[in-house]
Write a protein that binds this ligand. Structure first.
Ligand code: NAD
Length: 363
């Protein structure tokens, strides 16, 4: 399904300064609800508050405790209650202000509040800038798995201001870089080469390179989401590394970060692709080197329970007819697909064997 409403994406430094004018032009008589977590409040609120002073509309700041553990229906319900108590009706504009967790929660809330109110993404982590604020996926986790409840609901605009990244901890910066790498390795070979040449500068948050990473990631994501909003085909490519990654993340009780888990998933799923003769060994070596520099370490796989990982993978949304489906890398910049099917079946035995092969070769 094509995107229903193409929306503007503002990226770069100081783009937040353009937000008040945009709100006043598009939503002059709306009330504004700003959803943010405890860390975004600490590090970023002042900056947004200063800009929003130029908006005369009624404002309500709604905060929740930071962390993936809060990405559930209870948090959504608590935020809704605050909106009801403050008489926020259909004329509400939601600002999703924070990382991917906030964007997913606030976007989902916007999709269901009064059967849908407009929302704007203001990402403050690199991961949210390059990935989660784009493409209209919103939702929450359940005890059965990640992102199992949600809606495809696009924002009215995205304001990705690089200035927010100044306070982002190294680990969170690396998480964002992993998601960018995921898109580059699976869809853009030239970008991988540029990354390899400039790796040291990227790790030091070089402004120009960071700007390039954000813009290129957004472009790649838009290329696959604009014709396939509800993920019936090409959009599935974005899930490379996520079949294993989501299971690792859930079984760690979310102590393993999303980016980190996806990085490990990219390596494990590449080994499955090698075993299934889709991918050459050299590609995996390159991927491992790139990810090792982002602190994605195979040691973390050493003591995991593979059977439990496979059980959790059985709840993945890509699965069909009881079979585990995942994205297979074919070579740098390309994944396997047959007509409109971008997923490949991986049996529990293949997943287990790949794990053994991976650990045998590396640890
Ligand atoms: P996050 O939202 O938990 O942010 C990471 C941490 O950084 C949090 O503690 C947050 O409070 C803090 N933080 C945010 N901005 C900061 C800043 N500027 N300075 C200092 N600290 C800051 O997690 P994330 O990594 O941004 O996103 C991961 C989530 O995104 C997962 O739930 C994942 O499922 C989801 N996701 C969604 C999509 C999508 O398409 N909707 C895509 C990828 C990932």
């Amino acid at each position: 399904m094509p995107c229903k409403t193409p929306y503007k994406i503002f990226t770069g430094e100081r783009v937040l300064a353009t937000l008040p004018k945009w709100i006043n032009q598009n939503y002059p008589s709306y009330k504004i609800a700003i959803i943010l977590d405890s860390n975004t409040k600490k590090f970023c609120k002042k900056h947004l508050e200063k800009n929003l002073n130029k908006c005369p509309q009624k404002k309500l700041w709604i905060e929740f405790k930071a962390g993936e553990k809060q990405k559930n229906l209870k948090t959504v319900e608590e935020i809704c209650e605050k909106l009801f108590k403050n008489n926020f009706g259909r004329d509400t504009l939601i600002l999703a202000f924070g990382g991917g967790v906030t964007g997913d929660i606030a976007g989902f809330l916007a999709a269901i509040y009064m059967r849908g109110v407009p929302f704007v993404q203001i990402p403050t982590t690199l991961l949210a800038m390059v990935d989660s604020s784009i493409g209209g996926k919103t939702g929450v986790d359940t005890s059965f798995g990640k992102n199992l409840l949600g809606a495809f609901y696009e924002p009215k605009a995205v304001f990705a201001d690089m200035n927010f990244l100044k306070t982002l901890p190294k680990k969170e910066y690396e998480n964002g870089l992993v998601e960018s790498l995921k898109m580059f390795i699976s869809m853009d070979k030239k970008a991988v080469s540029k990354w390899q040449k400039n790796e040291k500068k990227i790790l030091k948050k070089d402004k120009n390179l960071l700007n390039w990473i954000i813009k290129n990631s957004i472009q790649l994501k838009q290329n696959v989401t604009q014709d396939d909003l509800t993920e019936n085909g090409k959009r599935s490519v974005l899930n490379w590394g996520h079949s294993v990654g989501h299971a690792l993340e859930k079984l760690s009780k979310y102590t393993l970060s999303h980016g980190h888990a996806v990085g490990l998933g990219m390596i494990w799923e590449s080994q499955i692709a090698i075993d299934k003769k889709y991918l050459g060994k050299d590609a995996l070596k390159q991927i491992q080197t790139l990810l090792k520099n982002l602190e994605v370490n195979l040691e973390e796989l050493k003591n995991i329970k593979v059977d439990a990982i496979i059980e959790t993978m059985k709840t993945d949304k890509k699965n069909r007819n009881g079979r585990i489906k995942m994205i297979m890398l074919k070579k740098m910049g390309e994944t396997v697909h047959a007509r409109n099917d971008w997923t490949v079946t991986a049996t529990p035995q293949e997943i287990k064997t790949a794990y053994k092969n991976l650990l045998h070769a590396n640890l």
